[in-house]
Design a protein. Structure first.
Length: 256
C-alpha cells in the first residue's frame, strides 16, 4: 500500500478559476473601451451630419451646448479611466493567481511512504517493535527544518478517536530533503511501553486492537510556508503471520 499525499487543493483548478476571474475583469474593461469609442465615433458622425442645425443651436444656446458637451467629454473620460482600471486590475489579479499556482506546483510536499516498509519484531524478551517507514519529498523544491513526532501504541482497529492519539515522543529533526529525496525512519516502541505475549498474539491475529504508529511532520518550504502532515497507520499481519500489511487510517491522515 502506498500513501500518496492529498493536497488541500489542486493547483490546476486554482489556476483555471482565478485566471477566469482575471479574464472577466479584462473583458469588462475592453467592453467599456469599445462602448466609449463607439459612442464617440457616433457622436462625431451625428455632428457632421447636422452641422448647420448645430451651428444655429450654438448661436442661440451657446451656454447650454457647451455645458452638455463638457458633461459628455467628462463621461467619456470617466468611462475610459474606469476601463483602464478594470484592465489593470485584471492583469494584477492574473499575475497574483499565476504566482499562487506556481508556488502550489513547485513547493515541497512531505509525506510518509510505507510501500515495502519493514516491521521488525516482536523482539524476544521485550516484545518491542521497530518500524521503518520512509519520509519522502514529493514536491519540486527542497523542504527545510523537517521535524517528525511519532508514537507506537496498541490501539483500537479500525476506528480511532483523537483521544487515542495524544502521546508522542520527542521530535526528531531530519534537516533538509531535496525534491524526490527520501529518508528512512527507525521508529521504536517507547522504552516505557511493553506488550504482553497475549497482546502480541492478539495484534497479529484478529484482536480488537492493533499495532499503530501515528505522528506529525512539520517543515518549511521554499516559499516560507509552514506545511504540516499528519499520518496514522495500523499494522496487521497475514493469517500465517509472514506478511506485514500497513493500513492507512481514513480519518487521521491529512496535510496542509
Amino acid at each position: 500500500m502506498r500513501w500518496s499525499l492529498r493536497r488541500p487543493y489542486a493547483p490546476t483548478d486554482i489556476y483555471q478559476e482565478e485566471s477566469q476571474a482575471g479574464e472577466a475583469d479584462r473583458k469588462y474593461g475592453r467592453t467599456i473601451v469599445v462602448i466609449s469609442v463607439t459612442a464617440a465615433a457616433l457622436t462625431g458622425w451625428l455632428i457632421g451630419r447636422n452641422l448647420p442645425a448645430l451651428a444655429h443651436l450654438l448661436d442661440h444656446h451657446e451656454g447650454a451646448v457647451v455645458g452638455i458637451a463638457t458633461a459628455v467629454v467628462a463621461l467619456f473620460t470617466w468611462a475610459l479611466w474606469h476601463a483602464t482600471m478594470a484592465i489593470d486590475e485584471g492583469a494584477r489579479s492574473t499575475l497574483a493567481h499565476l504566482q499562487t499556482s506556481s508556488q502550489q506546483q513547485l513547493r515541497a510536499y512531505i509525506c510518509v511512504e510505507i510501500n515495502d516498509a519493514e516491521v521488525i519484531g516482536p523482539i524476544p524478551k521485550s516484545n518491542a517493535f521497530e518500524l521503518r517507514p520512509r519520509v519522502k519529498n514529493f514536491g519540486q523544491t527542497p523542504a527545510y527544518d523537517i521535524t517528525v513526532t511519532f508514537y507506537i501504541d496498541l490501539l483500537p482497529f479500525p476506528s480511532l478517536e483523537e483521544s487515542d492519539l495524544t502521546r508522542v515522543d520527542s521530535p526528531l529533526s531530519l534537516g533538509v530533503l531535496g525534491p524526490q529525496q527520501e529518508m528512512t525512519l527507525f521508529v521504536h516502541t517507547p522504552k516505557t511501553k511493553t506488550f504482553t505475549d497475549e497482546e502480541v498474539s492478539a495484534m497479529q491475529g484478529a484482536g480488537a486492537k492493533r499495532l499503530c504508529v501515528y505522528g506529525t511532520i512539520k517543515y518549511r518550504d521554499a516559499f516560507e510556508g509552514s506545511p504540516t502532515t499528519e499520518f496514522c497507520y495500523h499494522i496487521t499481519w497475514s493469517a500465517d503471520r509472514t506478511k506485514v500489511i500497513w493500513s492507512r487510517n481514513a480519518k487521521h491522515n491529512k496535510a496542509t
